[in-house]
Structures are given as C-alpha cells and as structure tokens.
Design a protein around this ligand. Structure first.
Ligand code: CA
Length: 344
C-alpha cells in the first residue's frame, strides 16, 4: 500500500464492540418472554435490533482484522456488546461477566498485539464488579471498563456504584460511558409524537439523540456528585464527541455556580480535567476541531464504534485534518498509550 502521508502514525481505537454466542446464550436463558407489542412497536424493535446486532460482524474476527488493516488500525480495545441483561440475577451476572472477560482475553491471546480489553462488569453487585475490574486489569491485562446506560433506572453517580469508580481510580484505569436504551417513560414523554411515526420517534429516542443525551447527562451528574473531589485520579471517557455536553459547559458554569453546587471547582474544570472524548465513528471535521480547541488534544482519543460504524477513512480523517502532527499523534495513539497504557 502506498503511503500518501509523510508520517505513519499508529492508531488505537477505543469503542469497538464484539459479541460471543456463549454469552448471548447465557443471557437469553434469563430474558424470558417479552410482552406482546403493537405492529409499529415490532417494526421499531426490528430496526433497532438490526442495528444492535449487525449480522455476523460482531462475531467475525477475520472480517474485523481485514477492516482494521484496511484502515491502518493497529489496536482495537474490545468491549462485549450488551453482555449482561439486568434480568440476570446478581450471582449469575458475576459468573457470566467473568466468562465474557476471559473470552476477551482469549481474543487478545489469539491475535497478539491487535486487541486490548475493556472489562464487562456485573452491575447488580458493585463490590463484585470492583473485584472483577481488578481481576481484569491485574490478571487479564485489560485497560479499563465500559459501562452501558444505567442500571435498573439508577445512574452510576448514585452511591451504590461508588466502589467501582473507587477501584478504577485506584487501578488508574478509565471508565468509558456508553449509551443504551432509555426508559420507556422517558421515550414516550420526550420523543414520541402523533405528528410522526412510531419508528421515527423510536429512532429519535435512541441512536439519533435520546440515548446520547442520557449518557451525556450521566457524566454531568457524576461531576455534580462531587466524585472527582473524592477520587482526583478518576478518568472517564465519553464518546460521540462528548454526547452533547461540551457545547453547554459555559452555560453550566454560569447556572450551576460553585455557590449552589458546593463544589471546589466549576463544572467545566472537572470536565476538562477528568473527561476524555472520542468521536465514536462520527467523522466530523468540525467536531474534531471544536473538541480539540475546547478540551486540548491531550483529552481526545480515537474510536470508531465498529461494527456499528464502518467508515473507510479512519486514517485519512485524522491525517488530513488541519491539526498539527503532534496533536494528530496524541489523538491517534499517544493519549491511549498514556491513559490506557497500551503499548503498540
Ligand atoms: Ca458503540
């Protein structure tokens, strides 16, 4: 392959999903039968499922490696898609998560140097989740964890989840916040309308906007909980260019002043210090320039969201941007090497 660029950067991408049939089977044993749906709900669910499980690509590591090679991606940090349903009892969650993480490690061993892992955690039992995170980092060589949505309606800033963040900070590994389906009552109240179809409302409530809004506010709730004063080494990662929050930081500093939050610093100060942002496959040059300007290039990492997103300009998008070479290098590789301790 000819190289159009004078400098060849390494590339590490952080939000890269896979699935495993054994884990899907273990989950489905607990999922039970779902209540009957109206035809428009069935249609919306079908569309959602086709996006949530894009055929065999989640399972196919051969195709994954071909995509990586085509796009000059050296390392993907793997996370398992929808690993454990909230319907699974706590003790079984612990067992299934251990199995899921062991499978991730097997993929790392099978393709040396190409994959790293984010831990899948049993959120029903936060103390066990913290222990599993430690096992994953110390024994399996993982570089953090990815948390999806919230758990049984509870945001992760609530006190019961603190042991997970405390352990992550102690191990010096980041927590990546990933979107998931939002509660039906929020979907109904905010996104559904008589003026457009159920499918349109359902898409608006999920991947178009709704679940991004929810996972974005989760990061702000974490800041407002004061967790970063208690855990000054805690690092979190927010995808999709910060899930709508960056544009509101100045406003939050004004309205959520230190007088009323009782915190030692402004919201934006915590955000810029503790949050690392990725594109999650939204290949927008405007967003790249804006987020680098706002956060600094040392707080931006790369993520594609494979196989939900499969852009074929992963390398060119960064290399042909207007950023200086040292900033491109930080985003492509340097920050991940530093924060996730990935060695390529
Ligand atoms: Ca994703």
């Amino acid at each position: 392959m000819s190289d159009d660029h004078s400098i060849r950067f390494k590339i590490i991408t952080l939000e890269e999903h896979y699935a495993d049939q054994r884990i899907m089977d273990a989950n489905s044993a607990f999922n039970g039968s779902r209540p009957p749906m109206k035809p428009e709900q069935e249609e919306a669910m079908k569309l959602l499922m086709s996006r949530s499980f894009p055929g065999p690509e989640l399972l196919d590591f051969g195709e994954r490696l071909r995509y990586m090679d085509r796009n000059r991606i050296d390392v993907q940090v793997l996370s398992m898609t929808s690993p454990v349903s909230a319907l699974v009892p706590a003790t079984e969650q612990v067992r299934i998560c251990r199995q899921a993480n062991d499978i991730t490690r097997q993929h790392m061993d099978e393709y040396p140097g190409r994959f790293m892992g984010f831990a899948t955690l049993p959120m029903a039992d936060p103390a066990a989740a913290a222990d599993e995170l430690e096992r994953c980092v110390k024994e399996l060589g993982f570089c953090g964890t990815m948390l999806a949505g919230r758990y049984k309606g509870r945001f992760y800033n609530e006190a019961e989840f603190f042991p997970i963040f405390e352990r992550a900070a102690g191990l010096d590994v980041p927590v990546y916040f990933h979107p998931a389906l939002i509660p039906m009552e929020v979907q109904e109240a905010y996104y559904m309308s008589d003026a457009y179809s159920y499918v349109v409302g359902s898409e608006l409530a999920s991947a178009a906007y709704g679940w991004h809004s929810e996972v974005g506010i989760q990061v702000v709730r974490l800041i407002l909980s004061g967790i970063f004063d208690k855990l000054p080494d805690l690092k979190v990662i927010s995808g999709h260019w910060g899930e709508t929050i960056p544009a509101f930081l100045e406003r939050m500093d004004t309205i959520l002043s230190r007088d009323i939050t009782g915190l030692s610093r402004n919201v934006s100060e915590y955000y810029k210090d503790h949050v690392y942002i990725t594109p999650s496959g939204i290949m927008s040059s405007d967003q790249l320039e804006y987020i680098v300007k706002l956060m600094g290039a040392d707080h931006v990492m790369y993520a594609i969201d494979y196989p939900y997103m499969k852009p074929d300009n992963v390398y060119e998008f960064l290399m042909e941007s207007t950023l200086p070479d040292d900033e491109k290098e930080l985003i492509a590789y340097g920050n991940a090497a530093r924060i996730l301790k990935v060695v390529v």
